[in-house]
Design a protein around this ligand. Structure first.
Ligand SMILES: CC(C)(COP(=O)(O)OP(=O)(O)OC[C@H]1O[C@@H](n2cnc3c(N)ncnc32)[C@H](O)[C@@H]1OP(=O)(O)O)[C@@H](O)C(=O)NCCC(=O)NCCS
Length: 160
């Protein structure tokens, strides 16, 4: 039997129930407002998992469990700068998985040719702001919502 191994993988239909459990854990931790990239119902998750897309929905998994969920979105709508979203399972935080997944997401964006990544974060979300700030995100006010900030990071593309 294969020992469980940490992997970053695409979100596909087989992962709908584990992702639903992961999102329920985020809700149970009272963090729905911090991380709500889309509806959590099964129909939405199945649609996202099965439709062809340019946007990236990826999972950090180990042994059948989801430890992290990361998104890079905007390409499907025609934007060149993707918007990043990330959450780590409440029981798996503080050990570097957030930083690890950020590196992975930024690398995916770079491999797609993006020059920047953007994100929106609640001003009150100090853990996320600290994570993004140490990774070089620069801040501006959200033009619409006072409780949000916009982070932007330039990606240093190199030709492979
Ligand atoms: C933000 C989040 C992704 C961090 O994940 P994590 O795996 O705990 O992060 P890491 O262990 O890799 O820590 C990386 C950095 O994040 C910051 N950080 C993480 N937890 C923190 C906390 N409780 N308080 C302050 N800073 C914190 C620190 O800067 C830390 O760097 P350090 O270890 O050198 O101090 C996680 O808390 C989370 O999923 N939160 C809920 C969802 C969310 O808010 N997503 C962001 C939406 S915009």
């Amino acid at each position: 039997m294969q020992a469980p191994m940490l992997e970053c993988i695409d979100f596909t239909p087989v992962w709908v129930p584990p992702l639903a459990r992961f999102l329920a854990a985020i809700d149970e931790a009272g963090e729905t407002a911090q991380f709500s990239p889309h509806a959590r119902d099964e129909e939405t998750l199945n649609r996202l998992a099965s439709s062809p897309r340019l946007d990236i929905h990826c999972l950090l998994v180990e042994g059948g469990n989801v430890f992290g969920y990361g998104l890079l979105r905007g390409w499907d709508e025609g934007y060149t700068t993707p918007s990043l979203g990330i959450a780590i399972h409440p029981h798996a935080r503080g050990v570097g998985l957030g930083n690890f997944m950020m590196s992975y997401l930024e690398m995916l964006a770079m491999r797609r040719g993006a020059s920047h990544v953007r994100l929106r974060v609640l001003r009150a979300n100090t853990a996320a702001i600290s994570l993004y700030s140490t990774r070089g995100y620069e801040w501006s006010n959200d033009p619409i919502r006072d409780d949000l900030m916009i982070g932007m990071k330039a990606l240093h593309t190199r030709h492979a």
